[in-house]
Design a binder for this molecule. Structure first.
Ligand SMILES: C[S@@+](CC[C@H](N)C(=O)[O-])C[C@H]1O[C@@H](n2cnc3c(N)ncnc32)[C@H](O)[C@@H]1O
Length: 279
């Protein structure tokens, strides 16, 4: 009689403890990004049998890794391991430096849309001056609204928010055009002179074949943002920016960010790119 095959344990059951090493959490997070990207590509073209088979294989691996829940868990651990806490600390510091925390009272509360919220209370210490709405594709808490940012209605949200946080969310989005759409939507949802907090893993800009700090700045100008703050350090893991919404002058159909253009080569570089197509 053939031996019964031992069922493979999900990768995360052995590693998803809060004592996971930074290396393990980063490896799993990276693998998730690779799988999600390929899944998105295959979903757009499942026509051939080999694509359909590969899609099933990828979905199985994602499931075996514990799905989005495990990814979020790893990201949560990663916050502590890599950054000494969440990125909200950086945003709170910048807003405080800008004098936002001074005028107390409800009328002066700033409406913050926190996209990709792993915890409901990241801004609890600022509740007198920040009114936060945390959302995520998969809510981990009753106070986090389960909502895809890309599906939020433009009419209800146009100009509604004072601040939008996209911390490690744009790089999660598998499709480069959806990354650009996310930035364009953030622009539409912010009130005049509203603020966008953007956080990306440093290699997305420092080591990409398609993106540099200069190109990102130019892309953000195209979308209608000016940089007010920036923080990253050589050899670090994260890069943080704060942008202010300004009027959008360039029509994005004439922008150089509609197509992927290689700006530097190198076998150790990654392919991170953001494409902007919308009006
Ligand atoms: C790496 S975690 C980042 C969490 C946290 N913001 C941080 O800075 O550590 C990315 C989160 O973004 C969420 N996310 C990705 N795309 C999203 C979208 N379109 N709408 C809402 N949440 C999204 C994912 O579900 C995931 O929980």
């Amino acid at each position: 009689m053939p031996k019964a095959r031992k069922k493979k344990a999900p990768v995360t059951t052995s590693v998803a403890s809060s004592s996971s090493s930074p290396h393990t959490t980063r490896t799993i997070i990276r693998r998730f990004h690779v799988l999600l990207k390929r899944q998105e590509q295959l979903k757009r073209d499942p026509s051939t049998a080999s694509h359909a088979a590969e899609l099933r294989k990828i979905e199985k691996e994602i499931e075996e890794m514990g799905g989005l829940a495990a990814y979020q868990h790893m990201s949560d651990i990663g916050q502590g391991n890599d950054r000494g806490g969440g990125s909200e600390k950086v945003l709170i510091k910048w807003l405080t430096d800008m004098g936002f925390s001074k005028p107390h009272g409800t009328p002066n509360q700033k409406r913050l849309l926190e996209v990709g919220a792993l915890k409901p209370d990241n801004y609890a210490s600022c509740s007198s001056w920040i009114d936060v709405t945390p959302i995520d594709l998969r809510s981990r808490h009753a106070a986090i609204r389960e909502q895809d940012f890309l599906e939020m209605g433009v009419n209800e949200n146009q100009g509604r928010w004072d601040i939008i946080s996209l911390s490690l969310v744009v790089n999660f989005v598998p499709e480069p055009r959806d990354r650009g759409r996310m930035l364009c939507l953030a622009h539409a949802f912010l009130r005049e002179a509203g603020l966008l907090f953007l956080v990306l893993p440093l290699p997305c800009v420092e080591n990409s074949r398609y993106l540099t700090f200069e190109l990102l700045q130019s892309l953000m100008t195209t979308v209608g943002f000016v940089e007010t703050h920036k923080k990253w350090k050589q050899g670090g893991k994260m890069a943080y920016w704060l942008y202010r919404k300004v009027e959008r002058h360039t029509r994005s159909d004439s922008s150089p960010f509609r197509k992927r253009t290689m700006c530097r080569q190198g076998s150790s570089r990654n392919n991170f790119v953001i494409l902007v197509q919308e009006e």
